[in-house]
Design a protein around this ligand. Structure first.
Ligand SMILES: [Zn+2]
Length: 825
């Protein structure tokens, strides 16, 4: 599963403060509970479902044939998860007849008395006739309240114009038992057959192969999907809707993309790298893609970012970027990579419990680094790795959590930045420690040993130990079954008489726990690099290195791989050398960050000028955004480079960043250039150019904004148009803005635009328009994944809605304020 980063830009600080407040440890008894592995009494063998959808009631009418066997001990009873259903019949299947079984049902568990005691070599099949009513489920008030319906009817009656009618399912963590009776635990596996009867105008998607389609006389069609390899119940999937299906292939197997028809022309720009990804992952893992086909579908009103249902991934419709958005590159390529890697890590080998979620999600997270490194180069991979490290560090509660956790409040809490971002870094660090070939050989062994079964973090350790011949308990105990990370304090001293360098590294995390860290220390005399392999084992370690001439640089953690925070007292000269000769993404990034803190120094400024033309666009962007143009020396020194990048950089995001900075020069000589760029195909470039134009020629900017308001606009362009209308005091285009914002799919941009959008509502006199704007915000709040909804709502309420509601006494705004108050409740 992949979640949105909602903690962003302007809301980021507010949210993280709110989070700190809200997460004060309560004396929560659920935390004291040890989360044991789920006991196996019966094991699933096969699940056959025959389902029909009632769009008028949002019901599913289902018949289930569930084949099971006792796990080991003989048993005469069976418990199935079946949430909020009407149960019409429970019987035992006997050759050609059904014999009724006695059962009791409490609305969530179906306890069945079998006709006799069964032994573990005996299969038996129960038949259940039921109705699933996902919208009437009684929830237990968990944080995951709205995303545990399992089955979702989107616009089922077609009442919402411009929104397609869709049905889709979301099983993780234990929600699929809302639409079929099963043992809804991740350590169960079952083969599967799903027979779906749907309106004939729709297409269907499920796990495995589509084996038959049968047209009925009543305007419906019956599709049968068969999955003949075992997979976990939470990975079962159904999707139904009006989609275009774009087909690619991988080694003769179908690779398909289900998108809304308007996006058919750009589907390959969004998903088209999938076959190459399958080939890459299959090759490095030495395990061929395990399933008969691979399909990806988009969903309206999706409750998460994406979900790796076996061979049938479901994504948020934010992936449906239009052609202009895709000019900047596919922002969701990592989603495609992440869900695909799950097809091995999660689907082929599945976590045996939510405590061990790392064996699913840390791998999927790590796969984003792996893919970017392969496809876009080492700099891109290193950037992914670093940005994820920062996500883990951003939340101060993260360092207190073990990666494998047997105590948690709610299983949904396991889907956090420790499991994802920290876990992904732990794997990347392990790859560096054992070496690429041992790493991938170990992953291969883990997959082959545990395929079609479930596994925990210890299975991974055993695979690594078998391949490397080393005891790795220390690594697992420290990183998987332990918490936190080292905070390193690094100092250098040189004795030119003895020709000896001294490096001291202190661990200052202050938790009493000292980390064992293998570390490369590179000593540079001129361009000649000597690598020294050392271990940190003490609160403070000291290392000595002999030299002929005083080193230009001593680079601690030469591969920039250690999961840590650090204070490194390098000099400016060290950093400049590091940028030039150490050369990794992180080496250059550290130098840029140091120099951007010392922009008054002409030597540092010179490095920034060099870095503005760094070979990697991510570092060009970093440098451009770190320039302090309030300093006259900086401002005049970088202008020609900014102008050059704004015109000619091959990457549109760099052009956009450069234009944004040129904005602060307020020079009329850029007027024609900004006008030209305001029509750029990239929303980022166009939006920033329009915004920059506003400062030097507001009339022309206003004229262009009116012109652009008649076309679809997203991202920066939408923000710029909104901003210009607000500044012009023009409310005649307000409806365009409100309509546009309301229609935008949930995405990072939409969240980033929110504060601008709220500001635009401040001047609206028309109450009807205003209410529509508030409704658009409320709609957004409902789209936020439930696990993040509470925090996000609190921040929006406090910082955006409260000020609007507070205008009660201001002239003319009472009705609006009342409306906001009502909605806030
Ligand atoms: Zn995932």
């Amino acid at each position: 599963m992949k979640r949105f980063m909602l903690l962003c830009s302007s809301l980021f600080l507010l949210l993280s403060l709110a989070a700190q407040d809200g997460t004060k440890l309560s004396n929560d008894s659920s935390l004291a509970l040890y989360r044991a592995s789920f006991p196996h009494i019966n094991d699933l063998v096969n699940t056959k479902l025959d389902v029909k959808f009632d769009y008028s009631k949002s019901y599913l009418y289902g018949k289930a044939w569930i084949t099971l066997k006792p796990h080991f001990y003989p048993t005469d009873s069976l418990s199935l998860d079946a949430k909020g259903m009407d149960i019409h019949e429970v019987s035992l299947l006997k050759s050609n007849s059904r014999s009724p079984l006695t059962y009791n049902y409490d609305g969530s568990t179906l306890n069945i008395h079998l006709d006799r005691t069964y032994h573990h070599k005996e299969n038996y099949t129960v038949y259940i006739d039921y109705t699933s009513k996902p919208n009437e489920l009684k929830h237990q008030g968990s944080a995951a309240i709205t995303d545990s319906k399992g089955l979702y009817f989107i616009n089922p009656l077609g009442e919402e114009k411009d929104k397609p009618t869709q049905v889709w399912t979301q099983g993780e963590t234990e929600s699929n038992s809302a639409w079929f009776p099963t043992i809804d635990k991740p350590d169960q596996k079952s083969t599967e057959e799903i027979i779906m009867t749907v309106p004939a105008k729709y297409v269907t998607l499920s796990n495995g192969r589509l084996i038959s389609q049968h047209k009925n006389t009543n305007g419906t069609r019956t599709d049968t999907w068969k999955m003949d390899l075992p997979n976990a119940p939470y990975l079962f999937f159904m999707g139904v809707g009006d989609y275009a299906i774009i087909k690619d292939s991988y080694k003769g197997r179908e690779v398909s993309y289900y998108v809304e028809k308007a996006y058919a022309p750009v589907a390959r720009k969004i998903f088209g790298l999938t076959p190459e990804m399958i080939a890459f992952y299959s090759r490095v893992l030495g395990v061929e893609f395990p399933w008969v086909k691979y399909a990806q579908m988009t969903a309206r009103d999706y409750v998460s970012g994406a979900m790796e249902n076996t061979s049938a991934t479901l994504h948020t419709d934010a992936l449906q970027q239009d052609a202009r958005e895709l000019t900047d590159g596919n922002k969701y390529e990592e989603y495609v990579a992440h869900e695909l890697f799950h097809q091995w890590f999660g689907d082929l080998v599945t976590t045996e419990s939510w405590s061990n979620l790392t064996v699913n999600e840390s791998f999927a997270n790590f796969s984003e680094t792996l893919w970017n490194e392969y496809k876009h180069g080492k700099d891109a991979g290193d950037e992914t790795n670093y940005l994820d490290l920062r996500k883990y560090l951003a939340d101060p509660s993260n360092p207190s959590k073990d990666l494998v956790r047997f105590h948690y409040r709610d299983r949904e809490d396991m889907f956090d930045m420790v499991t994802y971002s920290k876990g992904g870094r732990i794997l990347n660090m392990l790859r560096n420690y054992v070496g690429d070939s041992a790493f991938f050989r170990s992953l291969n062994l883990y997959l082959v040993t545990n395929k079609y079964k479930s596994a925990e973090a210890q299975n991974l350790r055993l695979a690594f130990e078998e391949v490397t011949g080393q005891d790795l308990n220390w690594y697992w105990n420290q990183w998987y079954y332990g918490s936190g990370h080292p905070k390193l304090d690094i100092h250098y001293a040189y004795d030119d008489v003895k020709k000896l360098a001294m490096v001291t590294i202190g661990q200052t995390q202050g938790t009493g726990k000292i980390f064992r860290v293998p570390l490369a220390i590179d000593v540079y005399e001129g361009k000649a690099k000597h690598r020294n392999q050392v271990w940190l084992t003490k609160p403070e370690d000291t290392f000595y290195f002999a030299y002929r001439q005083r080193p230009d640089l001593i680079n601690v953690d030469g591969d920039k791989i250690v999961l840590c925070e650090k204070k490194d007292d390098k000099t400016l000269a060290n950093f400049i050398f590091q940028y030039r000769y150490a050369g990794l993404y992180m080496d250059r990034r550290e130098a840029i960050e140091y120099c951007s803190d010392h922009q008054d120094d002409p030597v540092a400024l010179e490095l920034l000028k060099t870095a503005m033309k760094d070979r990697y666009y991510g570092l060009r962007n970093l440098t451009i955004n770190s320039l302090d143009l309030d300093k006259p020396a900086v401002k005049s020194a970088v202008e020609p480079i900014l102008a050059d990048l704004a015109h000619h950089d091959p990457n549109r995001t760099v052009q956009a960043a450069a234009i944004e900075q040129l904005d602060s020069y307020k020079k009329t000589e850029y007027r024609d250039f900004f006008i030209q760029k305001a029509s750029d195909s990239s929303y980022s470039v166009a939006g920033n150019a329009l915004e920059a134009l506003k400062a030097i020629d507001p009339d022309e900017a206003y004229r262009l904004a009116k012109q652009f308001a008649n076309q679809p606009a997203r991202g920066n362009l939408l923000s710029a148009i909104t901003d210009i209308f607000i500044n012009a005091g023009d409310t005649s285009y307000q409806s365009v803005i409100i309509e546009g914002y309301s229609k935008m799919a949930l995405s990072q941009d939409k969240i980033d635009d929110l504060p601008h959008f709220v500001v635009s509502l401040l001047n609206i006199q028309n109450d009807k328009q205003f209410k529509k704007g508030i409704d658009a915000i409320i709609k957004l709040l409902k789209e936020i994944p439930p696990s993040q909804q509470k925090e996000f709502n609190a921040a929006v309420n406090e910082n955006l809605l409260k000020p609007l509601a507070g205008r009660k006494d201001a002239d003319g705004f009472k009705a609006q304020a009342d409306y906001v108050r009502a909605k806030m409740e």
